[in-house]
Structure formats: C-alpha cells, structure tokens
Ligand binder design. Structure first.
Ligand code: ZN
Length: 186
C-alpha cells in the first residue's frame, strides 16, 4: 500500500463536494487502504479522500487502536450539547485552532465490505468523524461556520521529538502551548 501525497487546503479538490460512492468494489477498498497508510505515515487520526485528491465520499479514522474505513458516512444525529476543542488538519500542517462541535453524534455509513454500519460516537471519535465528514462537503475546520475567528488559528512549529499529530492533540501538548483543550462548553 503506497503512502500518497496529502493535498493542502489550497487545492480545489478540498473545496468540492465529494461524489457519493455506488457499490464498494476493490477499487474503493484500495483507496481506503492507501488512505489508512497515508494517514498513519503522517501521524494523523483521520483522513478524507479529497485530501489525497480523490473526490469520493470515503473517510478513515483510527483512534485507540480501532480503525474505521467508512463509505458514504452521514451524520444522522447530533447532540445539542457542544464543546470547543483545539483541532488541526493534515492539509494545513502545524496550524491549530478552537472548533465548536456537537459532543455526541450518530454516523451511518457502509464499511470496507459494503455492510451498513451505525456508529454512536462521543469525545475524540465524534469530533474526528465530524471533521472528516466536513471534508466531504468541502468544509475546513477554520471556516467561519466552524471557527469563530480566523485570528484564533495558531501556527505551532513541529516538536523536535516528532510529536506532530493531526487533529486534536493531547492535553499535555495543549497545556504546553497555553491553549486550553476545552475552551467552553454549552
Ligand atoms: Zn482535516
């Protein structure tokens, strides 16, 4: 499985609404597997197909040793309760900012074998799924509907120990950077 180039936020494909996938074939499975490999190589916890230049509704998320390879993921439910957590994106390396999102969501999708799945997610998984589904609609985490102000976006140089994870980083990193993980809760 090759590690692919990750497209940056200036590439038009990141702003397109990705196409729905018809049937899951070996072609889609190969893309999902390449995405997983690419995400792991970049120390990310999630990746959407447009980030490798493929405008199809495919995402991968890997958290706590659980791997999700999802086809046509859809948010079917979201909690009224929201929180604000620091996020980043592999398509905008080393930039982070506070993003408000529902705490709990339900996602309907097909898995890598084309079977229907329903995922009830909270915490980091909920947030990662929402971030990746946003990518399928051409929405980026620093857009006005996600981040209150672009001035909240901060550049943080990569750490010498190689710690440079995509998406919300751990509490320790946030503390070191003086950016609270939870800025507010509704
Ligand atoms: Zn992203």
């Amino acid at each position: 499985m090759p590690v692919l180039e990750i497209y940056d936020v200036n590439q038009p494909v990141l702003r397109q609404r990705a196409r729905k996938v018809g049937r899951v074939t070996s072609a889609e499975q190969r893309i999902l597997d390449d995405m997983l490999e690419t995400m792991r190589a970049a120390n990310g916890i999630g990746l959407a197909a447009p980030q490798i230049g493929v405008s199809q509704r495919l995402i991968v998320v890997e958290l706590d040793d659980v791997t999700y390879q999802l086809v046509n993921p859809e948010l079917t439910d979201a909690s009224d309760e929201t929180d604000v957590v620091r996020e980043g994106c592999l398509s905008l390396p080393n930039y982070y900012g506070p993003v408000e999102r529902p705490v709990r969501v339900t996602v309907r999708a097909s898995d890598r074998d084309g079977r229907k799945v329903r995922i009830k997610a909270t915490g980091m998984l909920s947030r990662a799924l929402q971030h990746e589904i946003d990518h399928l609609d051409g929405v980026l985490f620093f857009d006005p509907q996600r981040m209150r102000s672009l001035s909240d976006l901060r550049y943080e140089p990569p750490q010498p120990d190689g710690e440079n994870a995509d998406e919300p980083s751990d509490e320790q990193t946030a503390k070191r950077k003086s950016i609270p993980v939870v800025v507010s809760a509704a």
